[in-house]
Structures are given as C-alpha cells and as structure tokens.
Design a protein around this ligand. Sequence first.
Ligand SMILES: Cc1cc2nc3c(=O)[nH]c(=O)nc-3n(C[C@H](O)[C@H](O)[C@H](O)COP(=O)(O)OP(=O)(O)OC[C@H]3O[C@@H](n4cnc5c(N)ncnc54)[C@H](O)[C@@H]3O)c2cc1C
Length: 406
Amino acid sequence: MKICVLGAGVVGLTSAWWLAEAGHRVTLVDRHPDPGAEASAANGAQLSYAFVAPFASPAMLRNLPGMLLGGEDAIKVSPDLEMISWGLKFLRACTSGEVERTTAAQLALAALSRAELASLLQTQPLDFGLRTAGKLVLYRKAGDFAEARPLPGAAVEQQVLTPAECLALEPSLRIAPSLLAGGIYTPSEQVGDCGAFCAQLFERLRQHSNVEIRMSTPIKKPIVTRGSLTGIETDAGTLEADRFVLSLGSGSKAFARACGLTLPIYPVKGHSITIPGHALSHSVTDYSRKIVYAPLDGATRVAGFADFKGYDLAIEPARIATLEKAASATFDIAGSGANAPWAGLRPMTPDSRPIIGPSPLSGLYLNTGQGMLGWTLACGSARLLTDLIDGKASSVVAAPFSVTRF
Ligand SMILES: Cc1cc2nc3c(=O)[nH]c(=O)nc-3n(C[C@H](O)[C@H](O)[C@H](O)COP(=O)(O)OP(=O)(O)OC[C@H]3O[C@@H](n4cnc5c(N)ncnc54)[C@H](O)[C@@H]3O)c2cc1C
C-alpha cells in the first residue's frame, strides 16, 4: 500500500520505518527541514518503561484547586477555551479504576517498545547514547514516598532506598539527607538522546528503497473525496495515498479538526537544558519538583514542568533559571549559561494514553497523543500501528488506545 506519514517527530519517523519494513511504500512529510525538530528534539531522554502512571489521578484531583490558584510551581495552568472540554475528560480520568487501566495498557506498550527498539538496533546500530543507566526516583515528601512504594511482584526489579542509600548510589547527588524521604531505584531503566535517534533513523529512512521524504513541506489541509481521505494539500502541491497516518504531535488536533474529527489533545509545555561536560551515573527523577535528569554522552539533560498555556513555544527565561537552580542545588553540576535552553509541547490526551489505530474517517490512521512518554512508547506504537494497518494480531491489546474511547 502507498502510505503517507504526516509528521517527522519520533512518532512519525518510527511509524515510517516500521511501515516501510513491512513492505509499504511510505511518503514522510514535515514542515521543518530537519527531523525531530519539535517535541522530540531535547526531551528528558528517559526511556521510562516502568514508570508509566498517567497524569490524571485521584492525587492530581486533590491538588487541582491549589494548582489553579498558582500554588504548584512545577505545573502552571492558564485555562483557555480549548482546555475546557479536554479538562472535563481529564477530570473523568482521575479515578483509581482509570489509573489502573491506563497503567496496565501503558506497561504492555512500553514493554513492546523496549523489545522493538532492541530488534531495530540489531539491524540498524544507531548511536544515540542508549544505555541501561537505571533510574532513581527521589521523594522529598514522606506521603508521596509511602504512596509510591512498589508492591511485591512488580514486573521489574525495584529497590526501596533510604536517603543515605540514595546518596551512596548516585555519587553526584549533593542534597542533604534530611531533605529526602527516600527513593525507588529501578536498575533496568534506560536513557538515550531522542533528538540524535531521530536524526539517525531519518538517515536510514532516506536510504530505504520504500521511502520518499518530503521535508520543508507544511501540510495545509486534507482532501476528502466521497467520505475518504485521499490526499493532502501542501505548500508544494498535492500528495495522494491509500492510507494516511496522523503523527503531527500537538499539530494533530488541527489536522483532525479539518477532517471533521475531534481529537482530545492538548499541548503541554515543558522546558529543558543540556549541561555540557558532566555525566551522572544514573537517570534521576526528582518527584516532588517534577524535574528529570538523564546522563547523555558527556552531558546531563535536565527537563521538567507541565505548563497548560496553549500553543506557545517561547522559551521562558524564568523556567530555564529554575531548572539551572534546581540542578545546581541537587547535583554537583555547574549551571554555566551555555546550557542549550529548549521548550517543547507534549501532545497530551486526557487519560495519558496515546491514540493508535483507525479513525472514523476512512483512509486515516492515528498514531499520536503519546504525551509525557512519546520517546519511551514510540517504537511500540509504530509496531502496533503497523499490525493494525496490516490486519495482524498484535502482542498488545489495541482497544485501550482506540480513539473510540473518547
Ligand atoms: C520537556 C519535555 C520532556 C520530555 N521528556 C520525555 C522523556 O524523558 N521520556 C519520554 O518518553 N518522553 C518525553 N517527553 C515527551 C516526548 O518528547 C513527546 O511525547 C514526543 O516527542 C512526541 O513526539 P511526536 O512525534 O508525537 O511529536 P513531535 O516531535 O512534535 O513531532 C510532530 C511533527 O509534526 C510536524 N508538524 C506539525 N504540524 C505540521 C504541519 N501542519 N505540516 C507539516 N508538519 C507538521 C512538526 O514539524 C513535528 O516535526 C518530553 C517532552 C517534553 C516537552
């Protein structure tokens, strides 16, 4: 089949690769000259296979009034019209039943993603700093720590650590033990530079005999003929295909709307810095401050915050300053000023699960809405999408990711 993949972020690139490998003729389209230029460029770099709990939860519901009044530093909400219907669905997802359903579905997709990335690397040895660094989640509040303790029988090994054990595990930590309640360490968690992965997978796609690349090509609108999506209009003319895959990240909602579909995706802004010349031994999540730290080749990526303020990509100096200050207060890291400040928009669904599979519009498939975990889930999402397009049984249950759940 001729399949046009819309978007060359990590989700579109992996979709294009898995579809091309399955024998489809793929056209990959993006408005930027380079791949992975938006949310996938400089994210937190954590391949977080074991920590997949959704953003919506009973605890989030309890904290919401304080957040709306500006009492939470890591999460800022400036309500707008677009947020209202998204927010109502988000509130409905804040139940313990939904948290359990989402966590189970995401764990399965994350495990598939890890296996698919490993099998990709067997034939395509991409170099993006992938390593099993292990992840230490630090808790500053006793209540959060008590709630987080893993149950016996967790799928992967996890260790509950005292503050002193946290400091012994990660020698670059410079935090006073009295400021910590404890930590949870998961040795199997990985890190890797998503931007470097995108650039290298893109080069492989360029060389793939089944793939045609159309970069610097803004998509203007869909062409719907007799109830089916048959083409797209771009700045460089019309493109036709048998199937289209929507992977436009935070741009997915606008394209879907032009197709007559409503996708509940909201752009949730985050910031990062990349501190050169220093590498942590492990990946670390500061749970209370909602900041993640990942060791890359010769540098440390520091990322965080969830700002609900629309399609605003401006890098905010106050957010960057907070990341620099947090990094130097937590680790033996010098915040120098040449820290590559960056901001990106996570394409978030209300229940934090991506939307993968056919859409109500014939000819249009969806692979979008990976939110906080797009890097972690990209390879598994691409596999699931390809299986669904080919009518094959997949190793994960597809229903939790269907758009029909909304
Ligand atoms: C601060 C931060 C930290 C994060 N940390 C992590 C982490 O540690 N681990 C993890 O798993 N995930 C993390 N994420 C999430 C992850 O980065 C995203 O989920 C992922 O990058 C989304 O990929 P995507 O391909 O869907 O979107 P994008 O990368 O945004 O790609 C969408 C593409 O569509 C193109 N596009 C949009 N509209 C049009 C149009 N009209 N015409 C042509 N092209 C168009 C854009 O140019 C873009 O290239 C983080 C995100 C942020 C912001």
